[in-house]
Design a protein around this ligand. Structure first.
Ligand SMILES: Cc1cc2nc3c(=O)[nH]c(=O)nc-3n(C[C@H](O)[C@H](O)[C@H](O)COP(=O)(O)O)c2cc1C
Length: 172
């Protein structure tokens, strides 16, 4: 909760604000984080900051939606098998699955094409999480193929769509 701010449950629909928790992993696509966060901040009704202590259970309560962007191969594997050895994976492990969790895989094409990837993405989808699929392009490493994180605008549009399904996003 933000100090002095009513909980969403007691806030009128016209004033409803949404809290999106963005998880970031060690993909080169993390370079897009400033743009992604800046564009998400433009979504009407989005909270701009959080000042309370950062603990994984506080965060799972605080957020209305979780976005993991980029989700690298390492954390994908951890989440699929339940490993929770850092703050991000603990929040995901404790996630309230009645709330949406969106993930944006991003990895080299060779990693993407490994059969483990499809298994693990399938496992996350089976948990009810929403995949924002990676795209094919020339990757930062120079390889060409699938594995690049979805475009920022695609991600923001999907966040808005899912938020609107869970109570509506204020229109600008
Ligand atoms: C420059 C650089 C770029 C990387 N890009 C990716 C990537 O796009 N996708 C990926 O799965 N791993 C990538 N890695 C490897 C991850 O950073 C590594 O697996 C790390 O242990 C992930 O830790 P985390 O999941 O806790 O963030 C990259 C590593 C480096 C050094």
């Amino acid at each position: 909760m933000e100090p002095g701010v009513p909980h969403p449950a007691v806030t009128s629909s016209a004033e409803r604000r949404f809290r999106v928790l963005v998880g970031v992993t060690g993909s080169v696509a993390a370079l897009k984080l400033p743009l992604l966060v800046s564009r998400l901040s433009d979504v009407p009704g989005m909270w701009k900051r959080r000042s309370d202590p950062v603990l994984h259970i506080d965060l799972r309560r605080w957020a209305d939606l979780m976005l993991v962007a980029p989700l690298d191969a390492n954390t994908l594997g951890k989440v699929a098998s339940g490993i929770c050895d850092n703050l991000l994976t603990c929040v995901i492990r404790a996630w309230d699955r009645s709330k949406p969790l969106l993930f944006c895989p991003a990895m080299n094409t060779a990693m993407w094409e490994h059969p483990l990837t499809a298994q693990q993405v399938g496992q996350l989808k089976a948990f009810g999480y929403v995949e924002i699929p990676c795209v094919a392009k020339k990757l930062v490493c120079g390889d060409q193929g699938l594995g690049a994180m979805a475009e920022v605008e695609t991600i923001v549009d999907k966040v808005k769509e899912v938020l609107s399904q869970h109570g509506g996003v204020q229109q600008s």
